[in-house]
Design a protein around this ligand. Structure first.
Ligand code: GAL
Length: 380
């Protein structure tokens, strides 16, 4: 018989002593006999400024609610102390499992220790939490392959390769600039690493030139994945490295929000208009609706689609496994070392989306409707 059930019955000595074992007011512990309605899953998401995290939060909540669980969903406004506080509160309010998409992958060690003390399993959602032994599971996509896919889309757009990675007809040299995500997000290294491994031979043989010379991840990084920061850096790059009349031919961007900032900077500098400066090949990630429209309109080159419905489903499956006192299914037990341990993971597949397969990948699968793609806006 589960602890909460006993407490609900009226508080016997046994119930009190069991409660004391797992910490005052805390959840976790043996939940296998509990009714789902008595169990709460705390879901901590980074921000509502990006539409993907809104979709993730909604999907996770829907999947868990459909299984009958209570859900405490919180967004932290991309503020690290706010996320720490929210997770603290979930623990004191008796969460039985935590699902966390961290803002800063190293900032939650204290919270995770408190969760472990209260026997609350922790599932890292999309972004690995680093530097703690108290991360039980990780659900994400193959983040290295995302970087490879972005670089491949860039090379294909330039004609140096085809979309499957076979040799293309163009020879270059092409001018490209490189953007990376937030350095405190563990995914950033994987995205940039996968992309640079793919681009390096072309940089080495001279068919790609990073005219600014900014090829290190620290130079390319974008704190908190902010669109305005990427726009500003693109403006600075145009001023510093392209004032001699040279053209930018391609931009590696790891996320649609950054891509839109980069595209705005390029448009403001006359690219993609009626003049001779063709819009460079710009990559992306997340299939955000505003970017899908840009791809459909021939402005952005590509995005990497990661189906957040599947990620949410996998997170819900993992949470349920813990609540039933079993282990979630993993398909990768070697890649994701968080600095203290290798975290077992379930990684989902990715898909590159170009103008030509928007319908097949995004519309036919029900991710976006044709009307939403045309409008560049989600319906609700
Ligand atoms: C990453 C995530 C990407 C993108 C980015 C910015 O952690 O894997 O898909 O959403 O954050 O939000």
């Amino acid at each position: 018989m589960g602890r909460k059930f006993l407490v609900a019955l009226g508080g016997t000595v046994l119930a009190l002593s069991l409660a004391a074992c797992s910490g005052e007011g805390a959840g976790g512990g043996d939940t296998s006999d509990e009714k789902p309605a008595n169990l709460t899953i705390g879901v901590s998401m980074p921000t509502q400024t990006s539409e993907r995290w809104i979709a993730d939060g909604r999907a996770v909540k829907e999947k868990l609610t459909a299984k009958g669980y209570q859900v405490d969903l919180q967004y932290a406004g991309d503020d690290i102390p706010t996320q720490s506080q929210q997770v603290d509160q979930m623990i004191t309010q008796g969460a039985d499992v935590l699902i966390i998409a961290a803002i800063d992958g190293t900032a939650l060690s204290g919270q995770l220790q408190a969760a472990a003390d209260a026997k609350i399993p922790v599932i890292a959602y999309d972004r690995l939490i680093r530097g703690s032994k108290n991360v039980d599971f990780y659900v994400s996509f193959d983040n290295y392959k995302v970087g490879v896919a972005q670089a491949t889309a860039l090379l294909a757009g330039l004609g140096l390769q085809d979309r499957d990675g076979a040799k293309g007809t163009a020879t270059g040299p092409f001018n490209v600039e490189l953007f990376a995500g937030s350095l405190d997000d563990n995914n950033t290294q994987y995205f940039f690493g996968g992309a640079m491994d793919t681009l390096k031979p072309f940089i080495d043989n001279g068919s790609l030139r990073v005219k600014s010379g900014q090829t290190r991840i620290e130079q390319a990084a974008t704190l908190r994945w902010q669109q305005e920061t990427a726009q500003k850096r693109m403006e600075d790059l145009l001023t510093s490295s392209y004032h001699d009349g040279a053209r930018v031919d391609g931009v590696l961007s790891p996320y649609d929000g950054l891509s839109r900032g980069i595209i705005t900077a390029l448009q403001n500098a006359g690219y993609g208009g009626t003049g001779t400066k063709k819009m460079p090949v710009v990559t992306g990630q997340d299939a955000e609706i505003a970017s899908v429209k840009l791809i459909n309109d021939g402005v952005q080159g590509s995005t990497v689609f990661k189906d957040t419905r599947l990620l949410a489903e996998q997170a819900a499956t993992a949470a349920e496994a813990y609540l039933r006192d079993t282990q979630p299914p993993a398909n990768d037990t070697t890649t994701y070392d968080n600095g203290v341990k290798v975290v077992p993971a379930y990684l989902l597949p990715i898909q590159t989306v170009y103008k030509e397969n928007i319908k097949a990948a995004l519309v036919d699968s029900g991710y976006w409707t044709a009307e939403e793609v045309a409008a560049g806006q989600a319906k609700n």
